[in-house]
Structures are given as C-alpha cells and as structure tokens.
Ligand binder design. Structure first.
Ligand SMILES: [Zn+2]
Length: 387
C-alpha cells in the first residue's frame, strides 16, 4: 500500500470514529438521515450494555445532525426530589437499585461535577455530557431557595416549558440561522480533507502539495475554532470547561473540526422532553410508536421493589409521574393521537394466550398473573372485541 493510500485510509478511519458516540441508557437519539428525514433511536442497533449504547450518525455532513434528549433523570415534587426517572424510554428500562430522597429544606449544596450532579455530596445522576448537570444544578439551586408555594408553581412552569412545541421550533430556527455560515465552513473542511487533499497530493506529490494545503487547512481550522467558541458561548454560556476542551481539539485535529457542529447540536434540545422533540421532528407515522411507548411507560409504570424505595420517594415519583402524564396526554391531543386505541386489548397471537401485559404487550397463557419483565406488573385479560 502506498503512502497516499495510507493517508486515505487514516482519514477515512478518523472520519468514521467521529460519527460514533456513547449515550447513557434512557437517552433518545434523533438522527437525521441522508434523505434529511429524522429517526428516533431508543437503543443501539449494534453495541450496548446495561449502562448505555453506542450510536452513530450519518457520516456525510451536514445531513448527519443529531439531537439527544432524555426525560428528567430524577423526579421532583412539593416535598423534595428522588433519584428515580419516571419514564425511561429504553426498551430494557432503567437499571434498578435503591434511590435517595432529598427534602427541599435538607438540600444545602447542589454541584455540577463534570458529567455528575451531586446533592449534599451524594450523586443524584450521571449524564453523557456536562450540559445536563449544569442545567439541573441551576434549576435545583433556584427551586431549593424558593418558598414552598412558589416552588411548586415554578416547577410546573419548567415542566410546561419542556413540552412547549413552539419554543422548540424557535430554538431550532435560531440555531439554524446563527450557525448556517459556520456549518458550511465545517462541511467545506470535510470536503477539503476527504476529497481535495488526497486528490492534490495524488496529483502533485507530498511536498509541492503541502506548501499550499497546510496554510489553507490552518486558516479553515482557525476560522472554525473561533466560530465554535462564539456559538458555544451563545448556546451554552455556563459550560466554560467543555468549551475550552473542545476548542483545543478543533484547533489541533482537522477531522474533529469538520464535525464541530455535532458538539453544538447534540445537547441543544436537552431541556425538552423527548416526546416534544419527536412531535417537532418526526413524521406522524414515526411519532405514533414512540408516543405509545411514552404513554405506556407513564400509564403502567414498572412496579418498584419495596426495599428500593422509601414512602417519601414513592410519593415524589407518583406526583411527578402524574404531572408528566397530564402534559404528555395534552401533547398527544394536540397531534391528534387517541390514547383510547392503546387501552384496547391486542389480538391474541396464539389461541392459548388469555392475558397480556399492558406495559410491554407481551402475551401469556391463563396460568400467568404478572409480567416479570415489567417488575411483576399484574396482567390484563385479552378481551376479543366484537366486529
Ligand atoms: Zn411486561
């Protein structure tokens, strides 16, 4: 293999690795395809474990845009917060385990520590990036300082904003408008690296090509890095550490710089509920199954084991689930999705099936009473509808 072929191989490998990213369980990846349509991915098609999944984005920019959202990683209520998400959309659910309850009056310290959020020194949740801990640290600090009646209203207001479809469209429009020129420069660098550089080196040889390829490359990387710092400060003003680290990477690594828009788009919609983002991006045919998953998760929650929950923690979960469910149902009405259809019994897939799990829709024979996959949730009888 010649030096030039090695160069192509290395560039191709680096471009490929830039398209892979890890998402902790429960994150919903909205991936733009080559057709410019959006797909929601709840779990990886290839690699994953009990903590998360390896996802990919379309390798040809600018079509490969990705947004990652997830439901709140904890539940909040008038009494306090508990480290238990109420609607994890991963098909395998959230890893179980004991959860910690914090009363509002007992919260003395909330710290965003990189990808972790700590309350009174204890970890409340761990995320994929520092953006989520920063957002929720500011929110919890504010809520814990408010008087109780005002706190509840403010909490409801923040939840309402996470389902605000108009605000979502405003954020998307603002992002597209502000980043359009810069994204074009990044796409240009990608074309320069993958097409122009190998072609020119092939035609003229290493040394003659290097004389003008190197200044052109440095100019583009400097332009992208300066633009990145400006835009990152605009969209994520509190994430100073991440901004510095990424700027350093883009100033030194040309392939990473060509994918710099990903680092702005992935966390952009993190404050919105996944269903709100789905309603804004997906076609109605793709929205319906995701909406049904969200609704079943809230309507038929996985039964909690008594030893993993305190009475206070369970009460917080019930209140928070009820708040989220009412907003989900309101959004479903707005997009003309009728939940009554999902309440109906499924058609038995086998004549021996007499009951089903209303949460995961698995079917069982007469002897079964609970679904073990859904935390021993009681089964419902299959009722054949009369045509
Ligand atoms: Zn089930």
């Amino acid at each position: 293999m010649s030096d030039r072929q090695y160069l192509l191989l290395i560039l191709g490998f680096l471009a490929f690795t830039e398209c892979l990213f890890w998402v902790r369980r429960g994150g919903v990846v909205f991936r733009q395809m080559a057709t410019r349509r959006w797909r929601a991915v709840l779990r990886s098609e290839a690699i994953g474990n009990e903590r998360g999944d390896l996802h990919w984005c379309w390798p040809l920019p600018p079509a490969g845009r990705v947004y990652i959202t997830r439901s709140w990683p904890f539940a909040a209520a008038p009494d306090g917060i508990v480290a238990a998400p109420v609607d994890c959309l991963h098909p395998s659910g959230q890893p179980g385990g004991p959860t910690v309850f914090f009363g509002w009056d007992a919260i003395s310290e909330v710290v965003a520590d990189g990808k972790r959020l700590r309350v009174n020194g204890q970890e409340l949740f761990r995320s994929d990036s520092p953006y989520e801990p920063l957002f929720f640290a500011a929110l919890l600090q504010e809520l814990s300082r408010l008087p109780a009646p005002v706190r509840v209203e403010h909490l409801r207001d923040v939840l309402r904003q996470s389902f605000d479809r108009e605000a979502l469209q405003e954020v998307l429009a603002d992002f597209s408008e502000r980043t359009a020129g810069w994204v074009t420069t990044c796409t240009g660098l990608w074309g320069f690296l993958v097409i122009a550089c190998p072609a020119i080196i092939w035609r003229f040889g290493w040394l003659p090509a290097l004389w003008w390829l190197a200044p052109a490359l440095l100019l583009q990387m400097a332009w992208i890095t300066v633009g990145f710092v400006r835009l990152h400060r605009r969209f994520f003003p509190a994430a100073n550490d991440d901004r510095f680290k990424l700027a350093l990477v883009y100033a030194l690594a040309p392939v990473s710089a060509s994918r710099a828009p990903d680092s702005l788009s992935r966390p952009l919609l993190g404050s919105f509920h996944p269903l709100c983002v789905a309603a804004g991006l997906l076609s109605s045919a793709e929205l319906a199954p995701l909406a049904e998953s969200v609704w079943r998760e809230l309507r038929y929650p996985r039964s909690a084991t008594p030893e993993s929950r305190t009475a206070q923690g369970l009460a917080v979960e019930v209140w928070f689930r009820s708040e989220i469910k009412s907003r989900v149902e309101s959004l479903l009405r707005e997009v003309n999705l009728d939940t009554a259809v999902w309440e109906r019994s499924p058609v038995p897939t086998d004549p021996t099936h007499a009951c089903y799990c209303p949460r995961c829709l698995s079917q069982f024979t007469q002897e079964a009473t609970t679904c073990t996959d859904c935390g021993r949730l009681p089964l419902s009888p299959i009722v054949l509808s009369v045509p």
